[in-house]
Design a protein around this ligand. Structure first.
Ligand code: SAH
Length: 225
């Protein structure tokens, strides 16, 4: 998988991809994340990439030329299944969408900034618009990092124990059950006996029961989806 991320502040994301599962997946050749600085595609003085909004009002808008120049170059080099723009008015990222995107070979992520990007880029190039929640960020970089992380950890081989991603919250429509590690007793609080019984069947049944209980208590909406 290859993810090209276009941003006006790519350095915001660079260290994110240099650690943990994303780094491991990259080292294993499972994913390549390529950051592009939009300023490199500006032909203006001082590498300007934004301009005033037509109609007036506060805030700048990312201009059409540098962005389409970057997109055209990437799209001439390979075929992309998705060109994703991060935006508060996009569809909200859920596990199902992450699962779907984890099957893609090549994707472009566009991070907005300021008031956003010229609407015509959305019309002409963008195939999906994703929001990471009902709040406004200063830029799409965190949304891109969140989305990339959710996708990359699903690529087979990215996580050491392959079954682990499948037992996480949302994957089966349920929240995850509680987890414990040593010591078995801490400050008078004991780990549930069943988890120490060694009986895999009983443990699995307990975990399922706890997952259902937790989902009913915290996210009953998931049970009706
Ligand atoms: N004027 C826009 C917000 C711009 S915020 C509006 O009111 O909808 C600047 C950029 O941050 C956006 O273009 C987008 O790329 C990113 N962004 C902000 N909030 C986001 C969210 N909840 N999900 C995904 N991207 C977001």
């Amino acid at each position: 998988m290859r993810i090209d991320i276009i941003s006006v502040v790519p350095n915001l994301m660079s260290s994110f991809f240099e650690y943990s599962i994303c780094k491991r997946a990259a080292n294993a050749g499972l994913v390549e994340v390529v950051l592009h600085d939009l300023h490199d595609f500006s032909t203006k003085k001082h590498k300007q990439i934004d301009d005033y909004p037509f109609g007036g009002g506060a805030g700048m808008v990312i201009a059409i030329e540098p962005l389409t120049r970057c997109l055209d170059q990437l799209m001439s080099e390979r075929t992309y299944e998705e060109v994703i723009f991060f935006s508060p008015d996009g569809i909200v990222l859920k596990q199902g969408l992450a699962n779907q995107l984890s099957l893609c070979q090549n994707m472009i992520f566009i991070c907005g900034h300021y008031k956003g990007i010229d609407e015509r880029v959305r019309e002409k190039y963008v195939t999906k618009e994703i929001s990471i929640g009902d709040y406004v960020l200063s830029g799409g970089e965190l949304a891109a990092a969140v989305t990339a992380d959710a996708i990359i950890r699903l690529i087979p081989g990215a996580i050491g124990d392959e079954s682990s991603a499948l037992t996480d919250s949302f994957q089966d429509g349920l929240l995850a059950p509680p987890v414990y590690t040593r010591p078995a007793s801490f400050d008078g609080m004991d780990v549930p006996e069943i988890l120490r019984s060694g009986n895999d069947k009983l443990i699995e049944a307990w975990r399922h029961e706890q997952a259902v209980k937790r989902t009913m208590e915290r996210r009953p909406d998931l049970l009706h989806d």
